[in-house]
Design a protein around this ligand. Structure first.
Ligand code: KG4
Ligand code: ZN
Length: 379
């Protein structure tokens, strides 16, 4: 690392991860520390906003300190502080925002407010820079798919994306009208007593079931064809369970196993009958096919060459395989961040803040958290 390389400290606290990272030139991750609150929210089956804020307060100082230490720098070496401004839980965002602001002011360094969703988009480019992989060609269509969001954007830039300080422009193409895809995973996992969060365990168990066993219809929607809806499939799983009372004893057995702390895929799989594994595989298949089909269609209509898939659910193996195959079929390339960069982290926030830094676009100390901060206007 040369001392001339601009160094950005990123801070992220929009949901249930307190994270800090140090990134040089918007492309090299020198450290990335994530303190997850999963253990705190697990017993509620979802994120409890008050508990999240309290935990962020406890974690923010040690997490930032650890990120600085792991990067082998001192706070005075930081050239700017990039902090998530929104969207997210207001109390959670305020912790990172207030701390980031105070830090920037006390260091006399610029403050950069970053949209969390822009962070997810930049995670894909950061991955390519870190691994020496191909940089996605712009314009691209980006699917952001997580526990809080399922959104489709057109991403463009006046400069090629290989020029790292390129400022991106975003156009909203579509989004979920109800649940986010990750939320559907978490709710279905809760109904089936598979633990929290549901995505990783459903991902693993789905490999052992028949995805064609149960047909879940595609959601019928009027209006924007690029919108998503996942509440119907969640309700379909609920009706299926109400109809198949014979599945109740194994659900009770899994609840007991979870209460004993037995939450590994192997432990839970041994408590799943084949019809349950088939239900899990069919649910995942329906969600994945809907995400892939609508995104590919949007990419074709937008005449782009690259498809970016990011956010927690982008870690899903079936989703990646299907996107790769379908993108290839239509002559496009699909790009994903690594698992660590797919879920919430602060390296993506620092990377997203770098183009603003390079272009001298700084925020003042009046910057405030915005729980509904939009990434772009609708197309
Ligand atoms: O991006 P993220 O860490 O936080 C939010 O901004 O929501 O995403 C967390 C979500 C959870 O709903 C989790 O169940 C889901 O991502 N998830 C997955 C997988 N890993 C995490 N969903 C499907 N398959 C996975 N492998
Ligand atoms: Zn996120």
């Amino acid at each position: 690392m040369s001392l001339q390389d601009p160094i950005i400290l990123g801070i992220e606290s929009s949901c249930d991860e307190t994270a800090a990272a140090v990134v040089a030139c918007g492309a090299r991750v020198l450290s990335s520390v994530v303190a997850s609150q999963i253990d705190i929210h697990r017993k509620y089956g979802g994120v409890v906003p008050e508990l999240a804020s309290r935990e962020h307060l406890r974690q923010i100082v040690p997490v930032v300190r650890e990120a600085i230490g792991q990067a082998g720098i001192e706070l005075k070496d930081v050239d700017a502080v990039a902090v998530t401004q929104g969207p997210g839980l207001v109390g959670a965002l305020l912790v990172g925002m207030t701390y980031g602001k105070a830090l920037a002011m006390s260091l006399g360094k610029p403050l950069i407010g970053v949209n969390h969703l822009a962070g997810h988009v930049h995670a894909v480019f950061l991955e390519a820079h870190m691994t020496g992989g191909k940089i996605p060609e712009l314009p691209a269509v980006c699917l952001i798919v997580s526990g809080g969001h399922t959104m489709l954007y057109r991403v463009s830039s006046r400069r090629p994306a290989v020029d790292i300080p390129a400022l991106f422009e975003y156009e909203r193409i579509g989004g979920t009208r109800d649940d986010a895809a990750g939320e559907a995973y978490d709710k279905v996992a809760r109904m089936l007593a598979l633990g929290y969060p549901g995505g990783p365990i459903v991902d693993q168990l789905a490999a052992h079931g028949d995805p064609a066993a149960i047909r879940f219809g595609t959601p019928k929607m009027t209006g924007n064809p690029h919108d998503f809806s996942f509440s119907g499939i969640k309700t379909a799983v609920l009706y299926h369970l109400q109809k198949h009372k014979e599945l109740e004893p194994e659900i009770a057995a899994r609840k007991e196993a979870l209460a004993r702390g037995e939450r590994s895929a192997a432990a839970l799989k041994s408590l799943c009958t084949q019809p349950t594994l088939d239900l899990i595989a069919s649910f995942q298949h329906a969600v994945v096919e809907d995400l892939v089909t609508r995104t590919i269609r949007a990419a074709q209509e937008s005449s782009v060459k690259s498809i970016l898939v990011t956010g927690g659910v982008a870690a899903n193996r079936e989703l990646r395989t299907r996107f790769e195959a379908e993108a290839k079929r239509v002559g496009m390339d699909a790009y994903f961040p690594s698992r660590a960069l797919s879920t919430d982290n602060a390296a993506m926030i620092a990377a997203a803040g770098y183009p603003s830094y390079a272009n001298g676009l700084f925020d003042s100390s009046t910057l405030n958290a915005d729980p509904n901060l939009p990434l772009a206007k609708s197309a």
